[in-house]
Design a protein around this ligand. Structure first.
Ligand code: ADP
Ligand code: TYD
Length: 210
């Protein structure tokens, strides 16, 4: 049986990491081999690039350099972790993937969507089988994200107006890729969101193995 590649997307604080973990636990309990990973990062080399990307001043990198660094991290993550796991037939769950670059670098860091798509085609060339977009009000997402203390705040300092643009951008991506991206309402208790996610993934798994 081929593996399945599932990604979570959404604005900061939408609940992606929480849902990715809950999905991984429920699929593992059902007997699947599950690889839970994240971007930027997910492999030792990509985690080193993650630190370069998420720490430091907001203007540390130009938008173009940032695209190259995210794509370099993704390429290493694919080579070393995602593709080998899919080859073994595992379910790979990634907390963020290429849709985040389409949005964050493609829109908010300048009008670079064309560059992002060209780099993706050249260096990555694969989409997830299923993407769960956790949708949340930007103010709620921001307050959840800011409540988390941390050093990785280059992008989280962008403020609520940018979070609102990101949310609209993600919803537009869901319209652009209707076969792949499912929108999940994140403004509910975690267990309710998780039940919705589990139903959606079960449907996709059934479709792939039918
Ligand atoms: P993301 O990975 O999208 O940034 P997280 O899963 O890390 O989001 O969640 C951000 C914060 O919000 C965490 O403190 C988490 O415990 C909390 N949280 C996650 N999901 C929910 C939810 N459905 N309702 C309320 N709080 C949540
Ligand atoms: P992440 O650790 O998922 O943050 P959060 O849990 O707050 O959602 O991602 C870190 C930041 O990196 C996040 O603000 C989005 C940004 N990012 C990009 O700008 N481009 C990308 O391609 C990816 C994967 C993430």
């Amino acid at each position: 049986m081929p593996g399945i590649f599932v990604t979570f997307e959404g604005i900061d604080g939408s609940g992606k990491s929480t849902q990715a973990r809950m999905l991984a636990e429920s699929l593992a309990a059902a007997g699947h081999e599950v690889v839970l990973t994240r971007e930027p990062g997910g492999s030792p080399g990509a985690e080193e690039i993650r630190a370069l990307l998420l720490q430091g001043e907001a203007d540390r990198w130009s938008p173009e350099t940032e695209c190259l660094l995210f794509t370099a991290a993704r390429r290493d993550h694919m080579e070393k972790r995602v593709l080998p796991a899919l080859g073994r037939g595992a379910v790979v769950i990634s907390d963020r993937f290429a849709d985040s670059t389409r949005l964050y670098q493609g829109i908010t860091r300048g009008d670079l969507r064309g560059l992002v798509d060209r780099l993706h085609a050249l260096m990555i060339g694969r989409e997830p089988d299923l993407t769960l977009l956790i949708d949340i009000d930007p103010a709620v997402g921001l307050s959840r994200a800011l409540a988390r203390q941390g050093t990785e705040e280059r992008f989280e300092n962008m403020g609520e107006a940018m979070q609102a643009r990101m949310r609209d951008g993600f919803l537009a991506l869901a319209d652009e890729f209707p076969d792949r991206i499912r929108v999940i309402d994140g403004a509910r208790p975690p267990a309710e969101v998780a039940a919705d996610v589990a139903r959606t993934v079960a449907g996709a798994l059934a479709g792939m193995t039918a």
